[in-house]
Structure formats: C-alpha cells, structure tokens
Design a protein around this ligand. Sequence first.
Ligand SMILES: *Cc1c(COP(=O)(O)O)cnc(C)c1O
Length: 378
Amino acid sequence: MAATARILDFLRDRRPDGPCLVVDLEVIADNYRLFARSMPDTRIFYAVKANPAPEILSLLAGLGSCFDTASVPEIEMALNAGATPDRISFGNTIKKERDIARAHALGVSLFAVDSEEEVEKVARAAPGAKVFCRILTDGAGAEWPLSRKFGCEPAMAVGVLLRAHELGLNPYGISFHVGSQQTRLEAWDSALGEAKAIFDAMQKHGIVLQMVNLGGGFPTRYLRQVPGTGSYANAIHDALTKHFGNAIPETIIEPGRGMVGNAGVIKSEVVLVSKKHANDNIRWVYLDIGKFGGLAETMDEAIRYPIVTARDGDAKAPCIIAGPTCDSADVLYEKTPYDLPVTLSVGDEVLIEAAGAYTTTYASVAFNGFSPLQAYVI
Ligand SMILES: *Cc1c(COP(=O)(O)O)cnc(C)c1O
C-alpha cells in the first residue's frame, strides 16, 4: 500500500534527516478490525517481533488483541502495553528454563513446545501450564518460508502431548505456521488435516485437545497483488469445517506481517548512482539504507519492496540496488535488477513502501557506525 496522507504530511513537515520508518497507527487499527471482523470466532495474538514499537502494542492491547511473544522482554513489552498475562502466549519452542520460570512468575500460562525435552522444562518451571505442540509444515507458497527449525513431524506430536499430560501439564492443542507471506490459501487445509489427525489420536488416549493455533503467514502487498484477509478467512473456515465438522476447536491466529507491514514507509536517500565500466548498461544505485539498516528481508531477494521516487513519470531502466555499508553482502536487488527512473540522482529521496514489518527489529546496532533505523509512530 502506498504511503498514507498522514505519513506524507509527517515527512513533509518534519523533514527527518537520515533513513527512517514512519508507521501510521490508523492503518494498523484498520488491519486489526478487519482480522477481527473476518474471523469473529478466532482470537488474535499479534506476533510482537514483527514490530514491537510501544505505541503499536498499546494500540493493539486497547483494541483487544492478545500477543505472541518469544522472550521475556517481549512478554514485558506486552504487559507494559496493557495486556494481562492471560492474553500472552510464549510461542517460542526454544526457551531457557529460567525464562519459562520468569514467564510463569509473570502469570503467563500458555507455552509452545515441539519436543519432549522442552515439555520437561515447562513442567519443571511452569507446573500445570497449558502447552500446544507445534508441527512442521512444508511452507510451499510462502515468499519468506520457514525452515525445519520449528515444529516436529505430526507423528511425533502425540508423544510430546502425552508426555505433557504425564507431567501434569495441560495438553491444550496444536500449532503450525504455514510460512510467512503465504499467498497459497490452501496452505492451511493440509496443516489442519494433520492437526485433526492428532486430535483424534489424543482422543484415543482419553485426552481432548481444545485449540488450534493457525499461526501467521498473512501477507502484505508488496509489488504483487495478494488475496485479501476475507479470502484467507473463508479458506480457513472451509478447511476447519472440512476437517473438524461440527466440532470446530477454539482457534487463534498470530499475524505479524499482515498486521503492520502495510502501515509503514521507509524514507531513504540516494547516496550514489554509478557504473562499473564505461559501457555498463546497468546502473548501481546506492541508498542510505540496506540489509544492515533494516532491509534484512531482501536476503535472497525474497521480499521485493515497492520503491517510489518523485521521478516515476520518467523513463525507467534496470538498476542494481545496494546499501551504504562496507559489507559486500549489503546488496538488495542484483539477481533480479529493479527498474528505477533513468533520471534518478544523488540526493533524491526514495520511499520504500510496505516496510512496517521486520525492519526496525532487523536493523544492526551500528554496523559501520550507521545508527539503527529511526522509527516514528504516528
Ligand atoms: C514470526 C511468527 C509469526 C508471525 O508470522 P507472520 O508471517 O509475520 O504473520 C507468528 N507465529 C510465530 C510462532 C512466529 O514465530
């Protein structure tokens, strides 16, 4: 989505120096309400890591959101924003036992696991807590796919949850994440089929699971059109009905990118436009922000941000776009060059759109002395 009038006004009036992200809270409020309206029976746990700005967390807490967190500091941020502990999930499957104990002491009682070893930690540090087991999905169709790092094979989940029961925990449900920026609506169908099989297997052991955590994956529109939230809601509703019939469990979603991605725009500046030899037919455009300044998701050129300039009416030609640091990996788009105006010059401002998610949190502290990405939430 293009920069909102509020963002453009802010940039015009405040003229911040250096690269910065400007986030429009009204867009996030609209996104939240659209999720809530489209999936009225599902609780929303905002994935804090996508953008943990306190203003965003407070806004969402006020709107009734719950929070998916991955560390004690993220839990504290959600609490400071006004969320009560029953609205916070510790969704990381890799936790230090003392962090589980701290979360438990803060009142958090919902934990993700994907192995018996992790279940044992939770049982010791957070006795009686609810646990859900994350299962692997293949991530096909996701533009920012997740590796095999999180989740176990569905066949193993039954053992994990039985162990939880044995150790006095509450085996509460199943979770999965279909991959971030998932544009294949059917991705939830196969995962829900696996989840149902685990529900059935647990029932044979006399344990009734109650919850399916449908994860994140809801997209932001970058260069290509993506299905709307309503289409995701319909696809998920159909898949739930297909697999669970009239015994649909409690469900939660954990949108990160889909909640904040389209709410932010990065203002950047052209530092240099050059060529590598006299007859080079491709220009190198160096910006004052790159992979280490917040655009880490350009890794493998996975996320292609819309880039807007004041010269977009002029003829365009392909460019290689790179960041300002002295690391040769700091190149944003090279394998697939990016069309930019032939008139683009040093000092021109460029707007990198749909940059509200996974930018401020990915910026390095001061690589080459460049400050972390400045953010303004309006
Ligand atoms: C990162 C993450 C999310 C958010 O994913 P998006 O694709 O940004 O919506 C949700 N759940 C978990 C467990 C995550 O780690």
